[in-house]
Design a protein around this ligand. Structure first.
Ligand code: OOG
Ligand code: NI
Length: 464
């Protein structure tokens, strides 16, 4: 077992009477998926499309199916996103997700890209929890401090102060889970129903048309976060094995995808994350007071393909090559794709090079029936080259700030983004959250290190 420095706080205290956090997470993710399919029927189309594309991809090339544990979780794998308004909301959401074995990983500052939020991703952390169900929620907190108009800022803060996005019972059950160390099966049933309420679409705004329009004219995102009774889940993203095929198939099934796929270009060895989305749909709602009808666009669809997690060195190379392709704003989407492909020629594209140059993370394991080398010190790369040890890419479980900004922009109607000139305020975010965010790269590193330590231990134990 991996000796990750991170231990599930709940499982330690857990007794047999409690449902495992993995089970609660899977049940919640399923329930959310059902609800979202009802709310946004195109999401159902997306799920069918991805299932078809994945099946076809594996038929064409069986090697495309990731090795375990990735292959086993593919059918249940998805991520969602919510946007919150206050520190209290973020703090409480953290506590709720902890009950499901999900913890904040990473800090994403989107203000540089003209989106007035900062974010984290709640996800499972331990490798066995990830293997069971890697459900993640990209969670953003609105930054009212970036709004210049003080009167409007105060108004928004006042509206947010008055709302309560959690049911009393959801809060009670969360307290209970923390105090006792878990939830029973019956409490879990209730917890899921109650927490789902926070994520659903509420067809009534908390504000008048006038206030909605005022907030919307500053930034569409601000109206989306401030004017409703809850942080409606705004997308749920299934994972595909072939995003280029999925992108092409979207148009064929009457879904209009955004022009470019975010992230790295197509490669033989996928790295990090590639994503595409379709535009937000128009949903009717009622304004407060007059009950007049309005239409709001917030919820959209997204598909993603995941590849190997990169080391700090690999990530630095990725960031610089992406920057190179993006710095030149000439031309259309096709031109951008060409520049991207050109720039990424500098990124090694074989497993061996990614491993040898320490660009990607791998999980190592001793292969059965091999003759073991003797000795005191071992070089893991040599052991792999000698055919004694296998190296399986570790999947990237996180998000990418530039891609996330692109996704935000496209569903906010491609308004010309203007960057907020501001320093990153991770410490403020963590204060609101009530906990530090975990460092994603450190998590991958510790998984890789633990697998190497186990290999060496095994060799020393088994070698003649
Ligand atoms: C979140 C957008 C970011 C992703 O996959 O990068 C995201 C949002 O629009 O609230 O989900
Ligand atoms: Ni997303």
């Amino acid at each position: 077992m991996t000796t990750s420095p991170f231990r599930e706080p709940l499982s330690q205290k857990q007794s047999r009477a409690f449902e495992a956090p993995d089970v609660i997470r899977t049940r919640f993710s399923d329930a959310l998926s059902h609800m979202y399919r009802e709310e946004v029927p195109q999401y159902g189309t997306l799920l069918e499309l991805v299932a078809d594309v994945n099946a076809a991809a594996v038929r064409r090339d069986p090697l495309l199916l990731p090795s375990k544990p990735d292959s086993a979780r593919l059918d249940v794998e998805r991520h969602g996103a919510i946007r919150l308004g206050t520190p209290y909301e973020l703090n409480t959401v953290r506590r709720i997700f902890a009950v499901m074995g999900m913890h904040p990983v990473g800090y994403y500052d989107l203000s540089e890209a003209g989106v007035p939020v900062h974010s984290t991703a709640f996800r499972p952390v331990a490798d066995d929890a990830l293997a069971t169900n890697p459900f993640r929620v990209f969670t953003s907190l609105l930054r009212l401090d970036l709004i210049e108009d003080t009167a409007l800022k105060d108004l928004a803060a006042e509206i947010l102060r008055k709302r309560n996005i959690f049911s009393a019972r959801a809060l009670e059950l969360t307290d209970q889970a923390e105090a006792r160390g878990g939830l029973t099966a019956r409490e879990t049933d209730e917890f899921i129903v109650e927490v789902l309420q926070t994520f659903r679409w509420h067809g009534e705004a908390t504000v008048s048309r006038e206030v909605y329009e005022r907030l919307r004219s500053v930034h569409r995102l601000i109206a989306d976060v401030v004017c409703f009774r809850g942080p409606h889940i705004n997308h749920l993203t299934p994972r595909t094995l072939d995003i280029d095929a999925a992108q092409a198939e979207m148009s064929l099934r009457g879904i209009e995808p955004k022009e470019i796929i975010e992230g790295p270009p197509p490669r033989s060895i996928p790295i990090l994350l590639r994503q595409t989305s379709f535009k937000a749909l128009e949903e009717p709602f009622r304004f407060a007071e007059t009950q007049a009808q309005g239409v709001h666009t917030a919820r959209f669809g997204e598909i993603e393909q995941r590849g190997i997690a990169l080391t700090r060195k690999g990530r630095a190379l990725y960031d610089s090559l992406l920057q190179m392709a993006r710095s030149d704003s000439e031309g259309d989407a096709r031109k951008y794709e060409e520049r991207l492909a050109q720039a990424f020629k500098a990124f090694p594209d074989t497993l061996r090079a990614l491993r040898r140059e320490q660009l990607g993370f791998f999980r190592y394991a001793l292969l059965p029936h091999t003759s073991l080398p003797a000795g005191e010190t071992f070089n893991i790369d040599d052991l792999v080259d000698q055919g004694v040890v296998s190296a399986t890419p570790i999947t990237y479980e996180d998000f990418l700030p530039v891609s996330a900004a692109g996704i935000f922009q496209s569903n906010l109607g491609n308004a010309e983004p203007k960057a907020y000139s501001d320093v990153t305020v991770q410490s403020e975010f963590e204060q609101a959250l009530g906990a530090p965010v975990l460092d994603a790269i450190a998590l991958y590193q510790s998984e890789q290190d633990a697998s190497i330590a186990e290999v060496i231990r095994d060799i020393k134990r088994l070698a003649p």
